[in-house]
Design a protein around this ligand. Structure first.
Ligand code: FAD
Ligand code: SF4
Length: 508
């Protein structure tokens, strides 16, 4: 009997376990563009165009490799609207009773496939270094799950940047060398861009027609949409930007949207690139003396460290992880996240490049938009939906632990040992934003005071019971406690005024 081999939009890898377990001669690959996936949040149009184009090209590639592919387009009149409904339709057409699927990266889809009246065989996603069971074993019995220890195990397991059983250069982590402020004259010529071909043009027309009102600019569309292009983009990054990636990893500069970042997460997350090949390429560049160790290590740590770690957390914590709100934050997401005018230059920069590129780099996501939402007490669900919608690389397994755990602390400390909050001084140190802002980053009170300054102390004060005993936050509380009582009252009153204005929808 024909089995169905399901290939999802973020599973576009020839090495996929479902394909490896299938039989080209007898099985049918099922791929479907469905409204349930394009509409569960209002995705950025560039993200939808990327996934649909890459799916269409991958289906062509599979056919060239000898597979029979049943492909459903979004505008197909027979389209059943969701992945489970498409599987049922194809099973009915072909008399199939069994589905092979590489375990999806979202509980939402796993649950809906489990409910199907078909035999669904879930296979491990072997594109990751750490499988779910490995991570559970690693996590068992540990009081706290910390990325650094997990990362060292991943280094040992892969042999990346290892000299025998010791880390290359004698240190596991070169982060202290990776915190330089913004470069005065960045030399990276930006990520590689690709002209849309005929397949891409067709998808762009469809996306413009159906999703033109979603937040985000569809044009210019320059992403890689197949494996060969994604490889060119990777090579370009390794030769042009990786040599300075580490140094300026945390820096931000007005008008410089990519600095020395790789801009490959959206390719990795849909399967056009695989994590180990990317890390091996960075390691080879270091071995050939083209890239310093702090840059190669910093980059590799993001991929076999953070990327694998957050995936482990997502599956370990279970489907209810995304509904946690331990800090009890309930404010609406301010309209400035959707492009409404703001006087905060850092926020305006991060949001406008998000709208135009479906991209912001890590520190913009964590210490600008994430920091502001956390300090202002925005409902983490609303923050989660925003991040899931607006970034081309956003898939729940990676987005949710980063947003809800690392950025909003709504999991109570599973991902991060303390909340990532800062006043304006951090943004001032790491960027040139404050020099172009109408707020004063040095002012602690008054109408001109940087909102991050007001809200930082407000956050610490309102969560004193939870955080004052945290050893990593003791200094913050000691500084707050050393202030004159009247000054503390003024800061809190000014912060309340700011929050009321934010809530009233005024331009802040
Ligand atoms: P680089 O800075 O060049 O890093 C190289 C690679 O390392 C990335 O391509 C990515 O694959 C990996 N990486 C780096 N940091 C992380 C991390 N914290 N978690 C997982 N992988 C990491 N990343 C996503 O892939 N999808 C998301 O939806 C996503 N949402 C985020 C939400 C918030 C609030 C925060 C703070 C971070 C989020 N990240 C997410 C992590 C990180 O910001 C992006 O991976 C990174 O900005 C992608 O750009 P890049 O390819 O230029 O990365
Ligand atoms: Fe952002 Fe404050 Fe700096 Fe303005 S002064 S750019 S609001 S940190």
């Amino acid at each position: 009997m024909t089995r169905l081999v399901l290939v999802l939009g973020d599973q576009l890898s020839e090495s996929l376990s479902a394909l490896a377990s299938g039989d080209k001669a007898n099985d049918l690959v099922v791929m479907a563009e469905v409204a349930a996936e394009t509409d569960y949040v209002r995705h950025h149009p560039k993200k939808i165009a990327l996934v649909l184009t890459a799916m269409r090209k991958f289906a062509i590639r599979l056919r060239a490799l000898g597979w029979t592919v049943a492909y459903t387009r979004l505008d197909d009149p027979e389209n059943a609207g969701s992945i489970p409904a498409e599987l049922l339709r194809r099973a009915d057409e072909n008399g199939s009773g069994e589905v092979l699927v590489t375990t999806p990266g979202e509980w939402r889809l796993i649950t809906s496939l489990r409910d199907l009246p078909l035999t669904v065989r879930f296979l491990p996603d072997e594109r990751f270094v750490s499988r779910g069971s490995d991570f559970r074993r690693w996590a068992r019995g540990r009081k706290q799950l910390r990325m650094e220890w997990f990362y060292r195990d991943m280094r040992r397991k892969t042999g990346l940047l290892m000299e025998g059983d010791r880390p290359a250069g004698g240190k596991w982590n070169y982060d202290t060398e990776n915190r330089k402020g913004p470069p005065t004259d960045p030399a990276f010529p930006a990520p590689m861009r690709f002209e849309p071909d005929a397949i891409t043009q067709e998808v762009l027309a469809l996306v413009a027609d159906r999703f033109g009102l979603n937040f985000g600019s569809l044009h210019p569309f320059w992403f890689a949409t197949d494996r060969a292009q994604a490889h060119l983009a990777l090579d370009h990054f390794i030769s042009q930007a990786l040599p300075l990636f580490g140094d300026y990893q945390d820096a931000m500069l007005s008008g410089q949207r990519f600095l020395y970042h790789a801009v490959i997460s959206h390719y990795l997350n849909i399967g056009l690139l695989e994590p180990l090949e990317v890390c091996r390429a960075a390691e080879a560049a270091w071995q050939q003396g083209r890239v310093p160790l702090n840059c190669a290590e910093g980059f590799i740590r993001q991929i076999i460290g953070w990327r694998e770690f957050v995936r482990g957390i997502y599956f370990l914590e279970g489907p209810e992880y995304t509904s946690r709100n331990l800090l009890d934050h309930h404010r609406d997401l301010p309209p400035l996240y959707w492009g409404a005018k703001t006087r905060m230059h850092c926020m305006a920069e991060a949001v406008s490049q998000t709208r135009e590129e479906a991209y912001a780099h890590h520190i913009q996501r964590l210490m600008v938009t994430g920091n502001f939402a956390l300090l202002a007490g925005v409902d983490p669900q609303k923050v989660h939906e925003w991040y899931l919608a607006v970034y081309a690389d956003a898939f729940e397994w990676v987005e949710a632990p980063n947003t809800l755990g690392m950025s909003q602390f709504s999991d109570g400390g599973v991902v991060a040992s303390k909340p990532y909050v800062s006043s304006g001084s951090y943004i001032n140190r790491m960027s040139d934003y404050c020099s172009q802002c109408s707020y004063d980053v040095k002012a602690r009170t008054g109408a001109q005071a940087c909102p991050f300054n007001l809200l930082y102390w407000h956050f610490l004060d309102r969560h004193r019971d939870r955080f004052s005993d945290n050893p990593r936050m003791g200094n913050m509380y000691r500084t707050w406690d050393r202030m004159e009582d009247t000054q503390r009252q003024t800061v809190l009153a000014d912060a309340d005024t700011f929050l009321s204005r934010l809530e009233a929808g005024e331009t802040v």
